[in-house]
Design a binder for this molecule. Structure first.
Ligand code: AQP
Length: 350
């Protein structure tokens, strides 16, 4: 078959065998403190079907330098290691998944250049993330606009079938399909077309201080009651959750639940597996404090074991280095094959 993605679980070009499992690619930027949204929207869903899939999980440091004012080289290196350690602490198993840092595999930047040359500029100006991240800035880098092309390169390098992402990233996966489709039409069948996979719960965790906006690392840098960082201590988590925005009035009335209360219910449901309706019934008539205490308990239960495993990994930097080196080597094998295929198709390279 061709690589158009019409048969999502089938073979995917020269790098794949006929019986390979669906391949998954995803990544997180080391641009700040990972938080509950990153966990529920990305890390936890990644861990859930590791055996059924071929998993490629990347720390996307090249994406984290698109805002040059925010670059601190030493901090960026530390954050890369922190994010990689959090992947493992959240349950990514390096024996079942390939875990590596994006900049350690040069083909990501190299393929992005080929795709830059075939992607119409107008497609990038339409991206809502670019619009929101460039809003109010006097000047933005070319990299910020080009971010989705690099993301397309990340995904296409591994003949990816599925890209597990939170809702906010679906537009970028759709763009990846368009970029790959255009390249295939121009230069012959080269790339497999991936699909976005959105988790059933936790796809969009909102800010605790402002439930109208997505919980994000950048807002968390400015506002200490916005997000629950995965490595925060109990006192900090308690302060954030107990001050979360709810509805006016003292009593929780499910039929009038506003976005803040719906967010708290969603987080609780996502962490415990309880249904939102059932939770709403359980807390109906009580004060918002009871709901917040229950959410706090669910968060502390989930983060306790993650923080413990993280500390063990942080105490053994050599182990983490070895895992990342092995992951990059494994990733490079596939990436180099795809790069050679794309270079040959467009007529560059040896
Ligand atoms: N609030 C969220 N709810 C659900 N999913 C989320 N994700 C991020 N925030 C939420 C998912 O996590 C993955 C990694 O995202 P990223 O760190 O690479 O980029 P991002 O989406 O831009 O994350 P932030 O926190 O908003 O970072 P900044 O502020 O630095 O841009 C993605 O799958 C994303 O959907």
């Amino acid at each position: 078959m061709d690589r158009t993605g019409t048969e999502p679980h089938g073979p995917a070009g020269p790098t794949a065998s006929a019986e390979r499992r669906p391949r998954v690619f995803s990544g997180v930027q080391p641009s700040g403190d990972l938080h509950l949204g990153t966990y529920l929207g990305a890390l936890r869903p990644w861990t859930e079907r590791q055996d059924a899939r071929e998993n490629v999980f990347c720390v996307v440091d090249l994406h984290a330098i698109t805002v040059p004012e925010a670059i601190d080289p030493a901090r960026l290196r530390d954050k890369c290691r922190e994010v990689a350690a959090l992947y493992l602490a959240c349950g990514i198993d390096p024996d079942r998944s390939t875990v590596f840092v994006q900049s350690h595999v040069r083909e990501h930047a190299e393929l992005a250049w080929l795709l830059n040359c075939t992607t119409p500029l107008g497609w990038l100006y339409r991206m809502t993330q670019f619009k929101s991240k460039s809003e109010g800035r006097d000047s933005v880098s070319v990299g910020l606009l080009d971010y989705p092309v690099l993301q397309a390169a990340d995904i296409l390098l591994y003949d990816t079938d599925l890209v597990p992402v939170g809702e906010d990233q679906v537009q970028h996966v759709e763009l990846t399909r368009d970029i790959a489709g255009r390249f295939n039409r121009l230069f012959g069948d080269t790339f497999r077309l991936p699909k976005a996979e959105i988790p059933k719960s936790g796809a969009r965790v909102m800010g605790f201080d402002d439930p109208e906006v997505k919980m994000s690392k950048s807002l968390a840098r400015e506002r200490d009651r916005h997000a629950v960082p995965l490595l925060a201590d109990e006192k900090r988590i308690k302060k954030t959750v107990m001050s979360a925005v709810t509805d006016s009035g003292r009593e929780f009335r499910p039929e009038h639940a506003g976005p803040g209360v719906r967010n708290l219910l969603g987080v609780h449901a996502s962490l415990t597996g309880d249904a939102v309706d059932e939770l709403a019934e359980r807390f109906a008539g009580g004060g918002y404090g009871d709901l917040k205490k229950a959410v706090l308990g669910a968060i502390l239960d989930a983060l306790g074991p993650i923080q413990e495993r993280y500390r063990e990994l942080a105490d053994d930097p050599a182990e983490l280095d070895a895992i990342l080196a092995k992951g990059a080597e494994r990733a490079r094998t596939t990436a180099a094959e795809t790069m050679a295929r794309a270079s040959a198709a467009i007529g560059v390279g040896a």
